[in-house]
Unconditional design. Structure first.
Length: 453
């Protein structure tokens, strides 16, 4: 039976068959008016699963995140994280400050199922492309406004993003070690990415409701409130009258637990949750006497702070005398949770992740090969996928304006002359790679060809 089951699994999730399978959201159109990370990531999740996502940017300026990158390091004149967040979208440059630009955006919204924006509360409404204006032309629209502090309440006009959301949600106050004044931001924009995935889920709920009733709706998606839902500290405090406090790298529900350094400088995570696992650890340590010690007799005993501290000391001494290779071999048979703390390089080259498709090396016509995260959802019949990397500002202007709005080449030339629509300037993050011949790109120069979609 096991062989049959795993054979089925291997076939169901065969990475070579992904491109031949259906897409869950094919036929759904998303107008992405958002910028930076929070909103664009929500739209990106939908794009991965087949939605047609049209990202609108201001010509010759674009999303600020195009030119923002870690420590000023770029890749082929682009921000590598920009590709990670915005792949598989169509890029259109329309300036909303012109009446004709606003009309073009509303016409795209009229044809869309979903609109996503994450500007300060009330901004898009002031521009004339908010929910009330969009609903007037498309009553079935699902309009998602993503913000740090929500569309109502006393903080609604405050600027904010990842770091502010982490602070307001309580996430930062729970980081670090007891009896210190050092707090830590959870890295790599956790406060944008986690709420971005959550926002995509909320949008799908609204889409399901519309499927059943025919009714659209407005979504007020608050970043700080979503992050708050990843914690239960306030619930704990309400019934105990105490704070959980900061626990560093230790799991307060498991003991011993933590991150420990090996003899050769690697780090491993260990977390013992049951008596059986604790007994297995004792056998590995040649310390079966630990189970007979009254301090460690049961899970509740082991989780007392003073007892947990003693067990962590014992594990730390053992890890410090053991090599990473010994622990990698041990985890195959040890019967308790033990795993290596991996860095970015290890993750990007990990055969297990490549086999599952959580890490893919995507070969793009414009940017060539880039290691990317695959879809987070493993779906046997409708797997997500990377379709293309990002493109310069306005790259898809002609394709979208001609095929979706029916504009002619003369119409577009007139709009370009009036600066209503446009593309990129030569700033890093906006332009295509220098080696790429944009004049020979059929999609950029779209004139009605049937072979470019």
């Amino acid at each position: 039976m096991n062989n049959d089951y795993f054979s089925y699994m291997a076939d169901a999730f065969d990475r070579t068959k992904v491109e031949k399978k259906s897409e869950a959201l094919k036929g759904i159109r998303v107008l992405d008016l958002s910028h930076m990370i929070f909103g664009p990531k929500a739209a990106n999740v939908l794009a991965e699963h087949g939605a047609e996502v049209i990202k609108v940017e201001v010509p010759y300026q674009g999303d600020y995140w195009r030119s923002a990158t870690y420590w000023g390091k770029y890749w082929k004149h682009s921000n590598p994280m920009w590709h990670f967040i915005n792949h598989s979208k169509y890029f259109v440059g329309i300036d909303v400050k012109y009446p004709r630009g606003k009309d073009l955006i509303l016409k795209l919204a009229e044809q869309s199922d979903i609109v996503i924006e994450n500007f300060a509360s009330g901004t898009v409404e002031a521009w004339g492309i908010g929910y009330t204006q969009t609903r007037a032309v498309n009553p079935k629209i699902i309009y998602a406004s993503l913000s740090t502090f929500g569309q109502s309440g006393p903080f609604r006009f405050f600027p904010g993003w990842d770091l502010l959301a982490q602070g307001a949600s309580g996430v930062i106050s729970s980081t670090g070690y007891p009896d210190t004044e050092h707090y830590f931001k959870v890295p790599d924009f956790y406060g944008d990415f986690y709420p971005g995935f959550f926002a995509a889920m909320l949008i799908m709920m609204a889409l399901n409701y519309r499927e059943k009733t025919g009714e659209g709706q407005y979504l007020d998606i608050c970043q700080a409130e979503i992050l708050m839902r990843s914690l239960f500290h306030f619930t704990y405090s309400s019934v105990t009258g105490e704070e959980i406090g900061r626990t560093g790298n230790q799991d307060p529900t498991a003991s011993p637990s933590g991150i420990f350094k090996t003899s050769d400088g690697a780090f491993f995570a260990l977390s013992i949750g049951t008596d059986e696992q604790f007994a297995a650890l004792g056998r590995v340590l040649n310390r079966e006497d630990l189970m007979k010690d009254s301090r460690f007799a049961g899970s509740l005993d082991r989780c007392k702070p003073e007892n947990a501290s003693e067990l962590n000391r014992i594990v730390s001494d053992w890890m410090a005398s053991t090599s990473a290779d010994e622990l990698r071999e041990l985890r195959k048979s040890c019967r308790f949770p033990l795993g290596e703390v991996q860095d970015d390089v290890q993750i990007s080259t990990d055969p297990w992740r490549k086999e599952r498709g959580s890490v893919v090396e995507f070969d793009d016509p414009m940017y060539q090969k880039l290691v990317m995260a695959g879809s987070a959802a493993m779906m046997s019949e409708t797997p997500g996928r990377v379709k293309w990397l990002t493109r310069p500002i306005g790259y898809h202007n002609r394709y979208i304006l001609k095929t979706r709005l029916g504009l002619s080449e003369e119409d577009i030339l007139k709009l370009e002359k009036e600066q209503v629509v446009g593309g990129w300037d030569y700033r890093v993050g906006q332009r295509p790679p220098v080696y790429y011949n944009i004049e020979e790109d059929k999609l950029f120069n779209y004139g009605g060809e049937s072979d470019v979609e």
